[in-house]
Design a protein around this ligand. Structure first.
Ligand SMILES: CC(C)(COP(=O)(O)OP(=O)(O)OC[C@H]1O[C@@H](n2cnc3c(N)ncnc32)[C@H](O)[C@@H]1OP(=O)(O)O)[C@@H](O)C(=O)NCCC(=O)NCCS
Length: 149
């Protein structure tokens, strides 16, 4: 399968791994996701199974973080996709699609071949069409996603 990186517009680069704690907190905030503390953010690189992010080359030395996604999982069969976020200034350019395809490609490549990986996510409204396009279906009514209040 072709690398999802090939479909990025010019100036964007797909990287494996996770953004820094401060970049992560900032990206979640500008993308309209709930605020997280530095201690919560510090667990992202240590507690995730896989992640990727996209940077945009600016005139400054420091490339800007513009998108990310990660997988929390056991590496065997259970994989949960989290933190799908693209900076609003860079949305609707296909970056979310590249990130999601990158995560899925890695799962399918690395998960044991003798069983089907179980890949889940909680779909906020802005991401739903992207998830449907990439093969996700509603778990309900057979299953209902739940979160402890
Ligand atoms: C969900 C999210 C990650 C999607 O990121 P994105 O980079 O905008 O995603 P894409 O560009 O791949 O796809 C989004 C739309 O842009 C369209 N698009 C892709 N490339 C395009 C282009 N060059 N020109 C115009 N539109 C384009 C896609 O077809 C898609 O359209 P659709 O929704 O009508 O099907 C982003 O909207 C986001 O961060 N939202 C806020 C945080 C959030 O809710 N995250 C989801 C948590 S579950």
């Amino acid at each position: 399968m072709a690398s999802p990186d090939n479909s990025l517009p010019e100036g964007y680069k797909l990287q494996t791994g996770y953004p820094s704690t401060s970049q992560y907190i900032h990206l979640r905030s500008v993308a309209g996701l709930s605020a997280k503390t530095p201690s919560q953010a510090a667990a992202v690189p240590t507690g995730s199974w896989f992640g990727c992010y996209i940077t945009f080359e600016t005139t400054k030395d420091d490339p800007q973080l513009v998108g990310m996604g990660r997988v929390i999982g056991d590496g065997g069969w259970y994989f949960h996709i989290a933190d799908m976020a693209v900076h609003p200034d860079h949305q609707r350019k296909g970056l979310g699609d590249v990130i999601l395809k990158g995560l899925l490609q890695h799962i399918h490549r690395e998960a044991p071949a003798d069983g089907k990986p179980y890949i889940t996510l909680f779909a906020d409204e802005p991401g739903r069409r992207l998830y449907y396009k990439n093969g996700f279906v509603d778990a309900a009514p057979g299953q209902l996603g739940m979160a402890l209040k």
